[in-house]
Design a binder for this molecule. Structure first.
Ligand code: C5P
Length: 228
């Protein structure tokens, strides 16, 4: 497998464990890192995480934890016990919550922080009493996360450069579209190659691969595009 393939994480945004395992089977030998988010986890629970790990793949558990420090800490412990490689928390939870998450980790699992969701605009931040512009808030939260021990941040492709300039931590991005793919509902996307060139460590890709008639072919086209 090429190094570029190691940087691609496929989002298992599917309704059931069987759908997820079918997709993993189709991508076997090409992709070995998968993201399980709220849809699949709520439907199937930790069982689907164990099933994906049992295929030999790595798992990014994207639960975006945000609660009181003790509760987040105990949830991080449970995720560590499952054996996932990456977990997300919301940095909006503040320093005490972030430290509780970092301290509760038992394995080598990376903890990535979510700053401002890309669905949030300046107006959304104002609604909840934050007067910063989204870009400034992203940097503020990323700094808070890094100072309190997180391993990296989840970012939009357009934030990679400013985050890279400020921190050496891992950056995982989503909102990626290969040149040949439909944008779907993504508006400010980047191609896989642009995102890697800008400094992303991991690129999360969903529908261009999962909705492709031949997912394997989609991965091959993406790898070709990256290496061109
Ligand atoms: O659009 P696509 O199907 O590639 O989305 C892949 C994953 O990235 C989905 O799980 C989606 O929720 C997530 N995501 C995103 N854009 C963001 C943040 C997360 O598409 N800005």
């Amino acid at each position: 497998m090429t190094r570029s393939a190691d940087k691609i994480i496929v989002a298992l945004d599917v309704p059931s464990k069987n759908d997820a395992l079918r997709l993993i089977e189709q991508l076997r030998g090409g992709i070995s890192f998968f993201k399980i988010g709220l849809q699949l986890y709520t439907a199937e629970g930790p069982e689907v995480v164990r099933a994906v790990l049992a295929t030999g793949a790595k798992v990014w558990l994207d639960l975006k934890l945000h609660d009181i420090p003790n509760t987040v800490g105990r949830a991080v412990e449970s995720a560590s016990d499952l054996g996932v490689q990456m977990l997300t928390i919301h940095l909006f939870g503040g320093s005490e919550m972030i430290r509780a998450a970092v301290a509760a980790r038992k394995s080598k699992m990376s903890i990535l922080g979510v700053t401002v969701l890309t669905s949030s605009s300046e107006q959304t931040l104002h609604e909840i009493g934050i007067s910063n512009k989204p870009g400034d808030q992203v940097l503020r939260l990323a700094k808070l996360g890094v100072e309190n021990g997180i391993d990296g941040v989840v970012a939009s492709p357009h934030e990679i450069k400013s985050l890279r300039a400020a921190f050496g931590n891992k950056i995982a991005v989503q909102g990626i579209r290969p040149t040949w793919a439909k944008p779907d509902d993504q508006k400010r996307f980047m191609t896989p190659r642009e995102a890697l060139e800008a400094g992303a460590d991991y690129i999360g890709i969903g529908r261009p691969i999962t909705k492709h008639p031949t997912p394997r072919e989609a991965v091959e086209k993406i790898l070709d595009e990256i290496s061109e």
